[in-house]
Design a protein around this ligand. Structure first.
Ligand SMILES: Nc1ncnc2c1ncn2[C@@H]1O[C@H](COP(=O)(O)OP(=O)(O)O)[C@@H](O)[C@H]1O
Ligand SMILES: [Mg+2]
Length: 506
Protein backbone atom coordinates (compact mmCIF):
# COMPACT_ATOMS: atom_id res chain seq x y z
CA UNK A 1 0.00 0.00 0.00
CA UNK A 2 1.30 3.43 -0.85
CA UNK A 3 1.74 5.81 2.05
CA UNK A 4 -0.68 8.10 0.28
CA UNK A 5 -3.54 5.90 1.32
CA UNK A 6 -5.47 6.56 4.54
CA UNK A 7 -8.19 3.97 4.34
CA UNK A 8 -8.93 1.05 2.10
CA UNK A 9 -12.40 -0.40 1.85
CA UNK A 10 -12.31 -3.86 0.30
CA UNK A 11 -15.35 -5.81 -0.87
CA UNK A 12 -17.36 -4.44 2.03
CA UNK A 13 -20.80 -6.03 2.17
CA UNK A 14 -23.88 -5.45 4.29
CA UNK A 15 -27.11 -7.39 4.05
CA UNK A 16 -30.48 -6.53 5.63
CA UNK A 17 -32.79 -9.53 5.34
CA UNK A 18 -32.83 -10.24 1.63
CA UNK A 19 -31.69 -6.76 0.65
CA UNK A 20 -28.01 -6.28 -0.17
CA UNK A 21 -27.48 -2.69 0.96
CA UNK A 22 -23.73 -2.81 0.19
CA UNK A 23 -22.44 -5.32 -2.33
CA UNK A 24 -18.63 -5.72 -2.32
CA UNK A 25 -17.90 -2.01 -2.15
CA UNK A 26 -14.34 -0.94 -2.96
CA UNK A 27 -13.05 2.54 -2.23
CA UNK A 28 -9.64 3.95 -1.38
CA UNK A 29 -9.45 7.26 0.45
CA UNK A 30 -6.16 9.11 0.25
CA UNK A 31 -4.61 11.36 2.82
CA UNK A 32 -5.38 15.05 2.32
CA UNK A 33 -8.34 14.52 0.08
CA UNK A 34 -11.99 15.36 -0.06
CA UNK A 35 -13.61 12.26 -1.42
CA UNK A 36 -17.24 12.55 -2.44
CA UNK A 37 -19.63 9.67 -2.26
CA UNK A 38 -22.37 10.21 -4.78
CA UNK A 39 -25.46 8.15 -5.34
CA UNK A 40 -29.20 8.27 -5.50
CA UNK A 41 -31.36 7.71 -2.47
CA UNK A 42 -31.04 4.15 -1.29
CA UNK A 43 -27.73 3.57 -3.14
CA UNK A 44 -26.13 2.49 0.13
CA UNK A 45 -24.10 5.56 1.12
CA UNK A 46 -25.22 5.80 4.73
CA UNK A 47 -24.96 2.05 5.26
CA UNK A 48 -21.33 2.13 4.12
CA UNK A 49 -20.54 5.03 6.44
CA UNK A 50 -22.28 3.31 9.33
CA UNK A 51 -19.85 0.42 8.89
CA UNK A 52 -16.89 2.80 8.85
CA UNK A 53 -18.12 4.38 12.05
CA UNK A 54 -18.69 1.11 13.86
CA UNK A 55 -22.48 1.36 14.01
CA UNK A 56 -23.05 -1.65 11.72
CA UNK A 57 -20.78 -4.64 11.47
CA UNK A 58 -19.99 -5.80 7.94
CA UNK A 59 -21.21 -9.13 6.57
CA UNK A 60 -18.15 -9.39 4.36
CA UNK A 61 -15.01 -7.58 3.24
CA UNK A 62 -12.50 -5.53 5.16
CA UNK A 63 -11.58 -2.04 6.31
CA UNK A 64 -7.89 -1.17 6.45
CA UNK A 65 -7.04 2.11 8.18
CA UNK A 66 -3.41 3.29 7.97
CA UNK A 67 -2.37 -0.20 7.02
CA UNK A 68 -4.12 -1.90 9.92
CA UNK A 69 -7.06 -4.24 9.68
CA UNK A 70 -10.04 -2.85 11.58
CA UNK A 71 -12.68 -4.84 13.30
CA UNK A 72 -15.09 -2.29 14.69
CA UNK A 73 -17.73 -3.58 17.07
CA UNK A 74 -18.89 -0.20 18.36
CA UNK A 75 -18.50 3.50 17.45
CA UNK A 76 -15.80 3.93 20.09
CA UNK A 77 -13.54 1.53 18.15
CA UNK A 78 -13.83 3.63 15.04
CA UNK A 79 -13.33 6.88 16.97
CA UNK A 80 -10.20 5.51 18.59
CA UNK A 81 -8.45 4.87 15.26
CA UNK A 82 -9.34 8.39 14.08
CA UNK A 83 -12.62 8.23 12.20
CA UNK A 84 -15.13 10.95 13.01
CA UNK A 85 -18.69 10.72 11.80
CA UNK A 86 -20.88 13.82 11.50
CA UNK A 87 -24.37 12.42 11.37
CA UNK A 88 -27.29 13.58 9.24
CA UNK A 89 -29.24 14.09 12.43
CA UNK A 90 -27.10 15.74 15.03
CA UNK A 91 -26.46 13.89 18.23
CA UNK A 92 -26.01 16.88 20.49
CA UNK A 93 -27.59 17.55 23.84
CA UNK A 94 -29.68 20.70 23.66
CA UNK A 95 -29.54 21.72 27.30
CA UNK A 96 -25.75 21.58 27.49
CA UNK A 97 -23.28 24.17 26.20
CA UNK A 98 -21.02 23.69 23.22
CA UNK A 99 -18.06 23.06 25.53
CA UNK A 100 -19.95 20.48 27.59
CA UNK A 101 -21.06 18.68 24.45
CA UNK A 102 -17.49 18.51 23.20
CA UNK A 103 -16.01 16.94 26.33
CA UNK A 104 -19.04 14.75 26.96
CA UNK A 105 -18.52 11.13 26.14
CA UNK A 106 -14.82 11.41 26.76
CA UNK A 107 -14.45 8.44 29.07
CA UNK A 108 -12.37 10.37 31.53
CA UNK A 109 -14.63 13.43 31.43
CA UNK A 110 -15.17 13.57 35.21
CA UNK A 111 -11.45 13.62 35.77
CA UNK A 112 -10.71 16.24 33.15
CA UNK A 113 -9.26 19.58 34.01
CA UNK A 114 -11.78 21.88 32.36
CA UNK A 115 -9.32 24.70 31.86
CA UNK A 116 -6.81 22.49 30.08
CA UNK A 117 -9.50 21.00 27.88
CA UNK A 118 -10.91 24.44 27.12
CA UNK A 119 -7.47 25.50 25.94
CA UNK A 120 -7.06 22.42 23.80
CA UNK A 121 -10.38 23.13 22.14
CA UNK A 122 -9.51 26.78 21.62
CA UNK A 123 -6.30 25.74 19.87
CA UNK A 124 -8.27 23.49 17.56
CA UNK A 125 -10.68 26.29 16.81
CA UNK A 126 -7.82 28.64 15.94
CA UNK A 127 -5.97 26.09 13.86
CA UNK A 128 -8.96 25.27 11.69
CA UNK A 129 -10.28 28.84 11.69
CA UNK A 130 -13.65 27.90 13.10
CA UNK A 131 -16.04 30.27 14.80
CA UNK A 132 -18.08 29.15 17.73
CA UNK A 133 -19.12 30.39 21.15
CA UNK A 134 -18.15 27.57 23.50
CA UNK A 135 -20.47 28.79 26.24
CA UNK A 136 -23.55 28.91 24.08
CA UNK A 137 -26.29 26.36 24.74
CA UNK A 138 -26.96 24.00 21.87
CA UNK A 139 -30.65 24.86 22.19
CA UNK A 140 -29.81 28.42 21.10
CA UNK A 141 -27.69 27.40 18.10
CA UNK A 142 -28.58 27.53 14.42
CA UNK A 143 -28.19 24.39 12.36
CA UNK A 144 -24.98 25.76 10.86
CA UNK A 145 -23.51 26.31 14.34
CA UNK A 146 -24.50 22.81 15.45
CA UNK A 147 -22.71 21.36 12.47
CA UNK A 148 -19.51 23.22 13.33
CA UNK A 149 -19.85 21.95 16.89
CA UNK A 150 -20.14 18.37 15.62
CA UNK A 151 -16.97 18.92 13.61
CA UNK A 152 -15.06 20.27 16.62
CA UNK A 153 -16.31 17.34 18.66
CA UNK A 154 -14.76 14.78 16.33
CA UNK A 155 -11.55 16.79 15.89
CA UNK A 156 -11.20 16.91 19.68
CA UNK A 157 -11.39 13.13 19.67
CA UNK A 158 -8.51 13.06 17.19
CA UNK A 159 -10.30 12.41 13.91
CA UNK A 160 -8.08 12.11 10.85
CA UNK A 161 -10.96 11.12 8.63
CA UNK A 162 -14.18 13.10 8.87
CA UNK A 163 -17.34 11.71 7.38
CA UNK A 164 -20.08 14.19 6.54
CA UNK A 165 -23.34 12.48 5.58
CA UNK A 166 -25.47 14.87 3.50
CA UNK A 167 -24.33 17.86 5.58
CA UNK A 168 -25.72 20.46 3.19
CA UNK A 169 -29.27 19.12 3.07
CA UNK A 170 -30.23 21.35 5.99
CA UNK A 171 -28.15 24.43 5.19
CA UNK A 172 -28.80 27.73 3.44
CA UNK A 173 -26.55 28.49 0.43
CA UNK A 174 -24.46 30.81 2.65
CA UNK A 175 -24.02 28.18 5.34
CA UNK A 176 -23.01 25.68 2.68
CA UNK A 177 -20.34 28.06 1.43
CA UNK A 178 -19.03 28.45 4.98
CA UNK A 179 -19.00 24.68 5.48
CA UNK A 180 -17.02 24.23 2.27
CA UNK A 181 -14.43 26.74 3.52
CA UNK A 182 -14.10 24.76 6.74
CA UNK A 183 -13.75 21.53 4.80
CA UNK A 184 -10.94 23.05 2.73
CA UNK A 185 -9.13 24.18 5.91
CA UNK A 186 -9.45 20.70 7.38
CA UNK A 187 -7.91 19.26 4.25
CA UNK A 188 -5.09 21.81 4.26
CA UNK A 189 -4.20 20.78 7.81
CA UNK A 190 -4.00 17.12 6.93
CA UNK A 191 -7.46 15.66 7.43
CA UNK A 192 -9.26 13.57 4.87
CA UNK A 193 -12.96 13.99 4.36
CA UNK A 194 -15.72 11.85 2.96
CA UNK A 195 -18.47 14.11 1.70
CA UNK A 196 -21.82 12.51 0.96
CA UNK A 197 -24.33 14.19 -1.27
CA UNK A 198 -26.69 13.55 -4.09
CA UNK A 199 -26.21 17.07 -5.42
CA UNK A 200 -23.91 17.13 -8.42
CA UNK A 201 -23.00 20.79 -8.31
CA UNK A 202 -21.80 20.51 -4.71
CA UNK A 203 -19.76 17.43 -5.41
CA UNK A 204 -18.17 19.11 -8.44
CA UNK A 205 -17.31 22.17 -6.37
CA UNK A 206 -15.77 20.65 -3.27
CA UNK A 207 -14.31 17.22 -4.00
CA UNK A 208 -10.97 15.98 -5.32
CA UNK A 209 -12.28 12.56 -6.27
CA UNK A 210 -15.73 11.04 -6.50
CA UNK A 211 -16.94 7.50 -6.04
CA UNK A 212 -20.35 6.75 -7.46
CA UNK A 213 -22.50 4.16 -5.70
CA UNK A 214 -25.48 2.57 -7.37
CA UNK A 215 -27.82 -0.03 -5.88
CA UNK A 216 -25.28 -0.98 -3.24
CA UNK A 217 -22.27 -1.32 -5.55
CA UNK A 218 -19.32 0.99 -6.06
CA UNK A 219 -19.49 1.77 -9.76
CA UNK A 220 -16.45 3.93 -10.40
CA UNK A 221 -14.03 6.39 -8.79
CA UNK A 222 -13.24 9.49 -10.84
CA UNK A 223 -11.04 12.57 -10.57
CA UNK A 224 -13.42 15.49 -10.17
CA UNK A 225 -11.40 17.65 -12.51
CA UNK A 226 -11.83 15.25 -15.40
CA UNK A 227 -15.49 14.35 -15.11
CA UNK A 228 -18.75 16.16 -15.85
CA UNK A 229 -22.18 16.34 -14.21
CA UNK A 230 -23.57 14.46 -17.21
CA UNK A 231 -21.12 11.58 -16.83
CA UNK A 232 -21.86 11.42 -13.10
CA UNK A 233 -25.61 11.37 -13.69
CA UNK A 234 -25.25 8.51 -16.15
CA UNK A 235 -23.19 6.56 -13.62
CA UNK A 236 -25.69 7.23 -10.82
CA UNK A 237 -28.70 6.19 -12.86
CA UNK A 238 -27.01 3.39 -14.77
CA UNK A 239 -28.25 4.35 -18.20
CA UNK A 240 -27.47 7.43 -20.27
CA UNK A 241 -29.95 10.13 -19.32
CA UNK A 242 -30.75 13.45 -20.88
CA UNK A 243 -32.58 15.41 -18.28
CA UNK A 244 -33.02 19.12 -18.00
CA UNK A 245 -35.40 20.88 -15.73
CA UNK A 246 -37.63 22.89 -18.01
CA UNK A 247 -39.39 26.11 -17.14
CA UNK A 248 -42.26 26.22 -19.58
CA UNK A 249 -43.81 29.46 -20.73
CA UNK A 250 -46.31 30.97 -18.36
CA UNK A 251 -49.25 31.71 -20.63
CA UNK A 252 -51.85 33.46 -18.52
CA UNK A 253 -52.06 36.82 -16.83
CA UNK A 254 -55.10 36.48 -14.64
CA UNK A 255 -54.44 36.29 -10.89
CA UNK A 256 -56.48 33.52 -9.34
CA UNK A 257 -55.32 33.23 -5.76
CA UNK A 258 -55.02 36.25 -3.50
CA UNK A 259 -53.69 35.92 0.00
CA UNK A 260 -54.04 39.06 2.09
CA UNK A 261 -52.52 39.81 5.44
CA UNK A 262 -52.79 36.25 6.67
CA UNK A 263 -52.01 35.82 10.36
CA UNK A 264 -51.88 32.71 12.44
CA UNK A 265 -50.97 32.34 16.09
CA UNK A 266 -50.33 28.80 17.30
CA UNK A 267 -51.84 27.30 20.43
CA UNK A 268 -48.56 27.99 22.19
CA UNK A 269 -48.97 31.67 21.35
CA UNK A 270 -46.29 31.77 18.66
CA UNK A 271 -46.92 34.04 15.66
CA UNK A 272 -46.39 31.49 12.92
CA UNK A 273 -47.77 33.55 10.02
CA UNK A 274 -47.23 37.29 10.34
CA UNK A 275 -49.28 39.06 7.69
CA UNK A 276 -48.61 37.05 4.54
CA UNK A 277 -49.41 38.72 1.21
CA UNK A 278 -49.08 37.22 -2.26
CA UNK A 279 -50.97 36.10 -5.29
CA UNK A 280 -50.62 33.36 -7.89
CA UNK A 281 -51.59 33.62 -11.53
CA UNK A 282 -53.40 31.03 -13.55
CA UNK A 283 -50.92 28.52 -14.92
CA UNK A 284 -48.09 29.84 -12.77
CA UNK A 285 -45.66 27.88 -10.64
CA UNK A 286 -44.83 29.91 -7.56
CA UNK A 287 -41.98 28.38 -5.59
CA UNK A 288 -41.97 28.69 -1.81
CA UNK A 289 -38.53 28.54 -0.23
CA UNK A 290 -37.35 28.92 3.34
CA UNK A 291 -35.48 27.23 6.15
CA UNK A 292 -37.56 24.39 7.58
CA UNK A 293 -40.16 25.69 10.02
CA UNK A 294 -40.44 29.21 8.63
CA UNK A 295 -44.21 28.88 8.26
CA UNK A 296 -44.42 27.08 4.90
CA UNK A 297 -46.41 24.17 6.28
CA UNK A 298 -48.91 26.37 8.10
CA UNK A 299 -49.38 28.59 5.05
CA UNK A 300 -50.19 25.55 2.88
CA UNK A 301 -52.53 24.16 5.49
CA UNK A 302 -54.28 27.52 5.88
CA UNK A 303 -55.00 27.71 2.15
CA UNK A 304 -56.23 24.11 2.16
CA UNK A 305 -58.57 24.81 5.08
CA UNK A 306 -56.85 22.43 7.48
CA UNK A 307 -55.72 25.23 9.74
CA UNK A 308 -57.94 28.13 10.83
CA UNK A 309 -56.16 31.46 10.63
CA UNK A 310 -56.65 34.28 13.11
CA UNK A 311 -57.06 37.03 10.53
CA UNK A 312 -56.55 37.82 6.88
CA UNK A 313 -58.14 36.59 3.70
CA UNK A 314 -57.68 33.84 1.15
CA UNK A 315 -59.57 34.52 -2.06
CA UNK A 316 -59.59 32.02 -4.90
CA UNK A 317 -61.34 33.04 -8.12
CA UNK A 318 -63.33 35.77 -6.37
CA UNK A 319 -64.51 33.41 -3.71
CA UNK A 320 -63.51 33.80 -0.08
CA UNK A 321 -62.06 30.49 1.09
CA UNK A 322 -61.06 31.72 4.50
CA UNK A 323 -64.08 30.45 6.37
CA UNK A 324 -64.65 27.28 4.35
CA UNK A 325 -63.77 23.85 5.66
CA UNK A 326 -61.25 21.58 3.99
CA UNK A 327 -63.87 19.53 2.16
CA UNK A 328 -65.53 22.59 0.62
CA UNK A 329 -62.14 23.92 -0.43
CA UNK A 330 -61.31 20.65 -2.21
CA UNK A 331 -64.66 20.90 -3.98
CA UNK A 332 -63.68 24.36 -5.20
CA UNK A 333 -60.67 22.88 -6.96
CA UNK A 334 -57.91 23.40 -4.42
CA UNK A 335 -55.73 20.40 -3.66
CA UNK A 336 -52.90 19.93 -1.20
CA UNK A 337 -50.24 17.26 -1.40
CA UNK A 338 -47.69 17.44 1.33
CA UNK A 339 -44.86 14.93 1.39
CA UNK A 340 -43.69 14.68 5.00
CA UNK A 341 -40.30 13.24 5.83
CA UNK A 342 -41.80 9.87 6.66
CA UNK A 343 -44.05 10.07 3.57
CA UNK A 344 -46.90 8.24 5.24
CA UNK A 345 -47.50 10.82 7.93
CA UNK A 346 -49.97 12.77 5.91
CA UNK A 347 -52.79 11.95 3.60
CA UNK A 348 -52.28 8.24 3.04
CA UNK A 349 -53.14 5.26 5.18
CA UNK A 350 -50.48 2.56 5.13
CA UNK A 351 -52.72 -0.41 5.74
CA UNK A 352 -55.18 0.49 3.00
CA UNK A 353 -54.66 -0.43 -0.64
CA UNK A 354 -54.40 2.04 -3.51
CA UNK A 355 -58.10 2.01 -4.32
CA UNK A 356 -59.08 2.68 -0.72
CA UNK A 357 -56.55 5.47 -0.45
CA UNK A 358 -58.03 7.14 -3.50
CA UNK A 359 -61.50 6.64 -2.08
CA UNK A 360 -60.47 8.58 1.00
CA UNK A 361 -60.31 11.69 -1.15
CA UNK A 362 -63.68 11.03 -2.76
CA UNK A 363 -66.11 9.66 -0.27
CA UNK A 364 -67.76 12.92 0.64
CA UNK A 365 -68.11 14.16 -2.88
CA UNK A 366 -70.14 11.18 -3.90
CA UNK A 367 -72.34 11.19 -0.83
CA UNK A 368 -72.92 7.91 0.89
CA UNK A 369 -72.94 5.79 -2.22
CA UNK A 370 -69.32 5.02 -2.82
CA UNK A 371 -68.74 3.85 -6.31
CA UNK A 372 -65.85 1.48 -5.86
CA UNK A 373 -65.82 0.41 -9.45
CA UNK A 374 -65.19 3.87 -10.83
CA UNK A 375 -62.47 4.42 -8.24
CA UNK A 376 -60.81 1.16 -9.23
CA UNK A 377 -60.69 2.46 -12.79
CA UNK A 378 -59.18 5.71 -11.57
CA UNK A 379 -56.58 3.82 -9.56
CA UNK A 380 -55.60 1.86 -12.64
CA UNK A 381 -55.29 5.05 -14.64
CA UNK A 382 -53.12 6.73 -11.99
CA UNK A 383 -50.84 3.71 -11.88
CA UNK A 384 -50.48 3.76 -15.61
CA UNK A 385 -49.87 7.49 -16.13
CA UNK A 386 -47.41 7.77 -13.27
CA UNK A 387 -45.79 4.43 -13.87
CA UNK A 388 -46.33 3.32 -10.28
CA UNK A 389 -44.78 -0.04 -9.46
CA UNK A 390 -46.94 -2.25 -7.29
CA UNK A 391 -47.91 -5.91 -7.25
CA UNK A 392 -51.61 -4.99 -7.34
CA UNK A 393 -53.89 -2.07 -6.64
CA UNK A 394 -55.31 -4.20 -3.84
CA UNK A 395 -52.06 -4.51 -1.88
CA UNK A 396 -51.61 -2.31 1.19
CA UNK A 397 -49.51 0.66 0.20
CA UNK A 398 -47.11 0.15 3.11
CA UNK A 399 -45.37 -2.45 0.94
CA UNK A 400 -44.62 0.06 -1.79
CA UNK A 401 -41.32 1.91 -2.07
CA UNK A 402 -41.15 5.56 -1.01
CA UNK A 403 -40.93 6.86 -4.55
CA UNK A 404 -44.01 4.96 -5.62
CA UNK A 405 -45.96 6.16 -2.60
CA UNK A 406 -45.00 9.70 -3.47
CA UNK A 407 -46.20 9.29 -7.03
CA UNK A 408 -49.47 7.90 -5.72
CA UNK A 409 -49.92 10.85 -3.40
CA UNK A 410 -49.45 13.30 -6.26
CA UNK A 411 -51.48 11.15 -8.66
CA UNK A 412 -54.40 11.17 -6.28
CA UNK A 413 -54.31 14.97 -6.11
CA UNK A 414 -54.10 15.35 -9.89
CA UNK A 415 -56.99 12.91 -10.26
CA UNK A 416 -59.40 15.43 -8.77
CA UNK A 417 -58.44 17.91 -11.54
CA UNK A 418 -57.50 20.77 -9.24
CA UNK A 419 -57.23 24.35 -10.39
CA UNK A 420 -54.83 25.20 -7.59
CA UNK A 421 -52.32 22.58 -6.59
CA UNK A 422 -50.29 23.03 -3.45
CA UNK A 423 -47.43 20.58 -3.41
CA UNK A 424 -44.76 20.35 -0.77
CA UNK A 425 -41.51 18.41 -1.15
CA UNK A 426 -42.88 16.59 -4.21
CA UNK A 427 -39.48 15.24 -5.23
CA UNK A 428 -38.01 14.71 -1.76
CA UNK A 429 -35.91 11.57 -1.72
CA UNK A 430 -36.85 10.45 -5.21
CA UNK A 431 -34.49 8.95 -7.76
CA UNK A 432 -33.54 11.11 -10.72
CA UNK A 433 -35.88 9.51 -13.24
CA UNK A 434 -38.92 9.80 -10.99
CA UNK A 435 -37.98 13.37 -10.11
CA UNK A 436 -38.10 14.35 -13.75
CA UNK A 437 -41.35 12.50 -14.26
CA UNK A 438 -42.83 14.69 -11.51
CA UNK A 439 -41.47 17.89 -13.06
CA UNK A 440 -43.07 16.85 -16.36
CA UNK A 441 -46.40 16.14 -14.69
CA UNK A 442 -46.42 19.50 -12.97
CA UNK A 443 -45.52 21.27 -16.21
CA UNK A 444 -48.44 19.51 -17.88
CA UNK A 445 -50.71 20.85 -15.17
CA UNK A 446 -49.27 24.31 -15.64
CA UNK A 447 -50.00 24.19 -19.36
CA UNK A 448 -53.62 23.30 -18.52
CA UNK A 449 -53.82 26.50 -16.50
CA UNK A 450 -53.43 24.97 -13.06
CA UNK A 451 -51.75 27.30 -10.56
CA UNK A 452 -49.13 25.61 -8.45
CA UNK A 453 -47.67 26.58 -5.10
CA UNK A 454 -44.47 24.55 -5.08
CA UNK A 455 -42.79 24.19 -1.69
CA UNK A 456 -39.29 22.76 -1.96
CA UNK A 457 -35.76 22.62 -0.56
CA UNK A 458 -33.47 22.51 -3.57
CA UNK A 459 -32.91 26.16 -4.55
CA UNK A 460 -31.01 25.34 -7.75
CA UNK A 461 -33.88 23.21 -9.01
CA UNK A 462 -36.45 25.82 -7.97
CA UNK A 463 -34.64 28.51 -9.94
CA UNK A 464 -34.82 26.30 -13.01
CA UNK A 465 -38.40 25.15 -12.53
CA UNK A 466 -40.52 27.89 -10.94
CA UNK A 467 -41.78 31.10 -12.57
CA UNK A 468 -41.36 33.08 -9.38
CA UNK A 469 -40.00 32.24 -5.95
CA UNK A 470 -41.45 33.47 -2.69
CA UNK A 471 -39.19 33.22 0.35
CA UNK A 472 -40.34 32.96 3.94
CA UNK A 473 -38.36 33.52 7.09
CA UNK A 474 -39.74 33.31 10.57
CA UNK A 475 -43.38 33.62 9.52
CA UNK A 476 -42.88 36.50 7.11
CA UNK A 477 -42.51 36.79 3.37
CA UNK A 478 -39.05 38.28 2.85
CA UNK A 479 -39.36 38.53 -0.92
CA UNK A 480 -41.07 37.38 -4.08
CA UNK A 481 -38.76 37.34 -7.07
CA UNK A 482 -38.79 36.31 -10.72
CA UNK A 483 -36.66 33.19 -11.10
CA UNK A 484 -34.79 34.60 -14.07
CA UNK A 485 -33.99 37.85 -12.26
CA UNK A 486 -32.47 36.41 -9.10
CA UNK A 487 -29.85 33.93 -7.98
CA UNK A 488 -29.11 31.41 -5.28
CA UNK A 489 -27.19 33.89 -3.17
CA UNK A 490 -30.07 36.37 -3.04
CA UNK A 491 -32.54 33.63 -2.19
CA UNK A 492 -30.20 32.56 0.60
CA UNK A 493 -30.14 36.06 2.07
CA UNK A 494 -33.93 36.16 2.03
CA UNK A 495 -34.06 32.77 3.73
CA UNK A 496 -32.07 34.32 6.54
CA UNK A 497 -34.49 37.21 6.82
CA UNK A 498 -32.93 39.89 4.65
CA UNK A 499 -35.78 41.58 2.81
CA UNK A 500 -35.34 42.02 -0.90
CA UNK A 501 -37.63 44.50 -2.56
CA UNK A 502 -37.61 44.31 -6.31
CA UNK A 503 -41.13 45.39 -7.10
CA UNK A 504 -42.47 42.01 -8.18
CA UNK A 505 -44.15 41.45 -4.82
CA UNK A 506 -47.78 40.32 -4.76
N1 LIG B 1 -31.23 -0.65 9.24
C1 LIG B 1 -31.73 -1.02 8.05
N2 LIG B 1 -32.58 -2.07 7.95
C2 LIG B 1 -33.08 -2.45 6.76
N3 LIG B 1 -32.79 -1.86 5.59
C3 LIG B 1 -31.96 -0.81 5.62
C4 LIG B 1 -31.39 -0.33 6.84
N4 LIG B 1 -30.59 0.73 6.55
C5 LIG B 1 -30.68 0.90 5.23
N5 LIG B 1 -31.48 -0.03 4.65
C6 LIG B 1 -31.76 -0.16 3.22
O1 LIG B 1 -30.52 -0.24 2.56
C7 LIG B 1 -30.55 0.48 1.33
C8 LIG B 1 -29.47 1.53 1.34
O2 LIG B 1 -29.85 2.54 2.26
P1 LIG B 1 -28.89 3.76 2.65
O3 LIG B 1 -27.54 3.24 2.96
O4 LIG B 1 -29.58 4.53 3.69
O5 LIG B 1 -28.86 4.58 1.28
P2 LIG B 1 -28.42 6.10 1.00
O6 LIG B 1 -27.75 6.63 2.21
O7 LIG B 1 -27.52 6.00 -0.18
O8 LIG B 1 -29.69 6.82 0.66
C9 LIG B 1 -31.94 1.04 1.21
O9 LIG B 1 -32.70 0.17 0.40
C10 LIG B 1 -32.44 1.05 2.63
O10 LIG B 1 -33.85 0.93 2.66
MG1 LIG C 1 -28.20 8.33 3.38
Amino acid sequence: MSNQVLIEINDLTKVFGNLIANNKVNITINKHEIHALLGENGAGKSTLMNMLSGLYSPDGGSIIFEGKHCNFTAPKDSISVGIGMIHQHFKLIERLTAFENIILGNIKSILLNKKIEMNKIKQLIDKFQLTIDLNKYVADMSIGEKQILEIIKVLYRGAKLLILDEPTAVLTPQETKRLFEIMRHLKEFGCSLIFISHKLNEVMEISDRITVLRKGSSIQTLDTISTTPQELTNLMVGVPVTFNIIRTLQKYDEKVLHVNNLCYISEEGVEVLKGINFSIKKGEILGLAGIAGSGQKELCEAIAGILKVNSGKIVFKDEDLTQLNARDIINRGVSLSFIPEDRLGMGLVANLDIVENILLKHYNKQGFIINRKSVTKRAEKIIQTLDIKTASIHHPIKNMSGGNIQKLLLGRELDINPELLITAYAVRGLDIQTTFKIYDLLNEQKARGVSILYVAEDIDAMLDFCDRIMVMCNGEVTGIVDSNKTNKNKIGLMMMGRSVNNGSNS
